[in-house]
Design a protein around this ligand. Structure first.
Ligand code: GAL
Length: 954
């Protein structure tokens, strides 16, 4: 006899569910009553879907031993079970639509009374904004339905079941369901009721669904508004003198909505039973002449991919966090968001409308794990799943259709190709012809209006820009975007300035979206921030989940600072010695009237004079030449430059007055090289050799002291703790330098002493630096000279043997054992910079604690180098470079940094380790994209570089 319970069959059913109301527009609060059911709920976790019967849904169930849980929230982040991180592998056997018997199931219970004045007439709707991954719902013991589609809203009519007091809402949530096969996004698997739960009163004659159609005719300057509503009513927009019936178009002069000029008109949809506020943005999106145009102009996306993330609450985001994301984007010159890979909390789109961001709204659909089986059985090509796909498309489009910020619908991400996608696209086009359709996974663009790629290298992007990439006839006529590029994992991404140059050179390339906005690290006592594998997952993808421009706590990483500079909307060039500046407006719509321009004149990195620069309110694309004043300061004998900044002239909704939008630096006179006369000679003592202020070990020639400063371990250094981009991803076809460097042994170089030579005016130490087991080596000579107070070191490096790899770095390291808490330098700052990440590195005089010189990448790796340093001071020691150098200081060695898996593994020691680098290998973005471009690679070749050391006497 076989027996299997049937009560949970819905979990593995491919259908989207049953019992829910048809999807409709989500609008901000109307004047109808609502009751939030967020807050503390009772919670019980079971190991399987059928471990418990449904008696808990009835009133009076004994919940004495149940836990408390916060809704919205994920139970695995509230002490029940653990999160799992996989990139594309399903964390369960792939046998669609079946899921494992071990299926963590959370029963949630909420008791509530209706407010005393909750109207008796009319109906009520219970709304879930997001539940992962499958829920069954009971109200007062009655089963009202079940649903899948985690990041989509589901509403149920419940008026007939409500009581004034003592209502029992029971929600059973299963972690795994057939729906999980459609939700294989690269992120944590986080079950729970993670978005709001709300009871909405629906007065008689209230609005059901409504569709705001607000287009803009850029030739005539006219907007046309039509609000379709299932329930007739009137549309009132006082600011435009509009008062028309629903369904009736009206055309009036308006100011259009764009991401740069997000003009919204407040209106109201008035029906017999309800007043629904409208926020109307007039704009027309079109595919015109092979380009994405808004209001008649081609736009350039300067975008990011945004997953919803909070380091403690996961994807349960509060309004402040959403606003913070939007403000951070606006302040960093970002103008577009792809809501990878699901519709976000609806409040996020309200913010995009209000502050101005172009949005690609992406459906909650990814089946990436099927790539492991050559896409066999992929649900998007199996018509049994088509109703679920159409349900997802409809829930996204219906919910979000009234947002002017949404200019493109995306069918989903990495779901292969198939008839289901075509069905979705056809349905979307039929419902909303006013936007374009995106999907990256089909290179033939059968269903889309945009050719999109992810992680294509620079050369390929250029070919696409030139139209030399081939492809189907349809594709060749489409605009191109990089829906993902510049993989921001760990240190990097490198090469974004090179991409931006391509974007700005070819009309067909309409920009890109950096992958991704924020690291998904989970705050954790042991690790600082946890990543994949930290919860004992049997399958996981490690720190691939930490690949954002923000650290998990939303601190901007250097990558975001770099991106802000690269995409700045105003270009400032010029000629420093001539004192002329050319300003170009790079906005697509806005003029420059919102910006003020400032200049400062700097001598050796210190501003000695500053003032305002008058720049005309240039229109988009226009340029003007302006003259800088004659500087009154005489910078002779010093290094001088202009810094010109474009700042917000007045505070805006997203930034304070004075906020820097764009800047440039124009050199006037060059950095004079430090000169040290060779007046002293080395003197051999009993144990020491002395030379000017320095003492060396007589046997090894190792530097011991400079004046009163103890120095240890000064030697050539070529190793850096490989970055995620150095390591690359295992599927990368090209050379991945991190593993190759380690294979060669660059992390275990041996230093052979060949000679210590005392000359008349120099101490010369000859060495050969090489790894065991290899013939390749670096013949290295240290030549020390002094003028009595200063000490000059010239390092000469000559590679020997076969060097087929670039070097990670080339320079010296030394340890300071005395107190050295702060560094001051004249060079690039304030943040780190590497050869292909240095756009935002501003020359100046900077100061920082050693602690703050570290960039806290969630997985420790090379970080914190300051570029173009002319002079650095730390621990009483001054170092000047010829040429300028990269400066790094940390309280652990490179080897300790390399060995660390988490930030908490890094324990500060007493010695401050300093790297003074002549060269650094570029960063690239090979953790999921191309490596460092050839011009940023550090080839092993003969090199010579010098440093001048002196003790600072205050
Ligand atoms: C893409 C994918 C993203 C993410 C990224 C790598 O292929 O669409 O979801 O996995 O790669 O971080």
């Amino acid at each position: 006899m076989s027996f299997r319970t049937t009560a949970t069959d819905y979990v593995e059913d491919v259908s989207p569910g049953s019992g829910a109301l048809p999807p409709r527009a989500r609008h901000p609060a109307s004047d109808a009553r609502t009751l939030s059911l967020n807050g503390s709920w009772r919670f019980r976790l079971s190991p399987t879907a059928d471990a418990q019967d449904d008696s808990f849904a009835a009133a009076g169930h004994d919940t004495g031993d149940w836990a408390e849980i916060t809704v919205p929230g994920h139970w695995v982040l509230q002490g029940h079970g653990s999160p799992i991180y996989t990139n594309h592998l399903y964390p369960f056997p792939v046998d669609p639509p079946r899921v494992p018997t071990e299926n963590p199931t959370g029963d949630h219970l909420r008791h509530f009374d209706l407010p005393a004045d909750w109207p008796a007439e009319g109906g009520s709707v219970l709304r879930f904004d997001g539940v992962e991954s499958c829920a069954r719902v009971w109200l007062n013991g009655t089963d009202i339905g079940e649903f899948k589609g985690s990041r989509l809203p589901h509403e149920f009519a419940v008026g007939h079941l409500l009581k004034p007091a003592g209502n029992v809402l029971a929600v059973r949530v299963h972690q795994w369901s057939a729906g999980s096969y459609l939700e294989d996004q690269d992120q944590w698997w986080l079950p729970g009721i993670f978005r709001d739960v709300t009871l909405l009163h629906r007065p008689p004659g209230s609005v059901l669904d409504h569709f705001v159609l607000a287009s803009y005719d850029h030739v005539e300057g006219l907007g046309t508004l039509r609000v379709d509503s299932d329930v007739d009513g009137r549309v009132v927009v006082p600011g435009l003198d509009i008062d028309v019936a629903t369904g009736e178009p009206v055309t009036v002069p308006v100011r259009p909505w764009t991401a740069e000029t997000p003009r919204l008109y407040d209106g109201t949809l008035v029906t017999e039973g309800e007043r629904v506020p409208l926020r109307i943005g007039f704009r027309t999106v079109a595919l015109d002449d092979g380009l994405i145009k808004v209001n008649g102009r081609a736009i350039l996306f300067k975008g990011v991919n945004r997953h919803e993330w909070h380091p403690e609450r996961g994807r349960a985001l509060d309004p402040e966090t959403m606003r913070e994301d939007v403000l951070l984007m606006k302040r960093h010159n970002i103008n577009a968001v792809r809501t990878s890979h699901y519709p976000p909390h609806p409040a996020f789109l309200d913010l995009c409308d209000e502050y101005g961001l172009w949005v690609i709204d992406e459906c909650d659909l990814e089946t990436h794990g099927f790539t492991e089986q050559a896409w066999r059985d992929n649900p998007v090509d199996d018509e049994r799943w088509t109703p679920a796909l159409l349900d997802r498309a409809a829930r996204m489009v219906e919910r979000d259709k009234n947002h002017p910020s949404v200019v493109v619908w995306s069918l989903g991400n990495e779901a292969g190709t198939g008839r289901g996608l075509t069905a979705m696209a056809d349905w979307i086009r039929g419902r909303d012809g006013s936007r374009l359709i995106h999907y990256e996974g089909d290179p033939d663009c059968r269903d889309t209006d945009i050719y999109a790629r992810m992680y294509a290298g620079h050369a390929e992007v250029e070919r696409i820009g030139r139209g030399l990439d081939g492809g189907t006839h349809k594709r060749r006529g489409l605009p191109f975007i990089l829906c993902e590029y510049a993989h921001a994992m760990g240190n990097g991404p490198g090469g974004i300035a090179d991409y931006q140059r391509l974007f700005e050179s070819y009309d067909r390339i309409q920009g890109g979206f950096v992958w991704e906005w924020i690291d998904h690290g989970i705050r954790d006592e042991r690790y600082g921030f946890a990543y994949g594998g930290d919860f004992g997952e049997e399958l996981h993808d490690g720190n691939f989940v930490c690949d954002g421009l923000l650290f998990p706590d939303r601190t901007p990483s250097p990558g975001l600072v770099e991106y802000k500079k690269v995409i700045e909307p105003v270009r400032i060039d010029g000629d420093g010695p001539a004192g002329t500046v050319r300003v170009t407006n790079g906005y697509d719509f806005a003029d420059l009237s919102g910006l003020a321009f400032e200049w400062s004149f700097e001598v050796d990195g210190v501003s000695v004079e500053s003032g305002a620069l008058s720049v005309p309110a240039l229109g988009p694309g226009d340029s003007a030449d302006v003259k800088l004043p004659a500087p009154s300061a005489d910078g002779r004998g010093a290094e001088t430059r202009w810094t010109v900044r474009a700042v917000l002239a007045e505070g805006t909704a997203w930034g304070p007055r004075g906020h820097v939008v764009a800047w440039t630096q124009l050199p006037v006179s060059e950095h004079p090289l430090p000169r040290v006369a060779q007046t002293d000679g080395p003197v051999l003592g009993l144990r020491d050799i002395t030379l000017g202020p320095a003492a060396f070990d007589a046997r090894t020639g190792a530097l011991r002291t400079i004046g009163g400063i103890d120095v240890t371990g000064l030697r050539l250094d070529v190793w850096r703790a490989p970055t995620d981009n150095d390591n690359g991803a295992h599927w990368q076809p090209d050379a991945r330098h991190g593993p190759l460097w380690r294979g060669l042994g660059l992390h275990r170089m041996r230093h052979r002493l060949d000679a210590v030579e005392l000359g008349d005016d120099a101490l010369t130490v000859r060495t050969r630096v090489a790894p065991a087991g290899r013939e390749a080596g670096l013949r290295t000579v240290y030549r020390w000279t002094s003028d009595g107070t200063r000490l000059r070191l010239t390092v000469s490096v000559a590679p020997e043997g076969a060097w087929t790899l670039p070097l990670p770095r080339l320079g010296i390291r030394l340890g300071l054992t005395g107190p050295a808490d702060r560094a001051v330098w004249f060079g690039g700052g304030p943040g780190e910079a590497y050869p292909d990440t240095g756009s935002a590195s501003m020359l100046g005089r900077w100061e920082s604690s050693v602690e703050d010189l570290q960039t806290p990448y969630v997985r420790p790796q090379e970080n914190g180098a300051r570029a173009d340093v002319r002079r650095a001071e730390i621990g009483g020691l001054r170092v000047e470079g010829e040429p300028a150098f990269w400066f790094t200081a940390r309280r652990w060695t490179t080897e300790q940094l390399d060995a660390a898996d988490h930030l908490t593994d890094l324990v500060p020691g007493d010695t401050v380790w300093i790297n003074l680098d002549h060269g650094q290998q570029g960063i690239g973005s090979q953790s999921c994209g191309p490596g460092a471009l050839p011009q940023y690679r550090l080839h092993a070749g003969p090199a010579e570089f010098s440093f001048v050391f002196s003790e600072i006497h205050d």
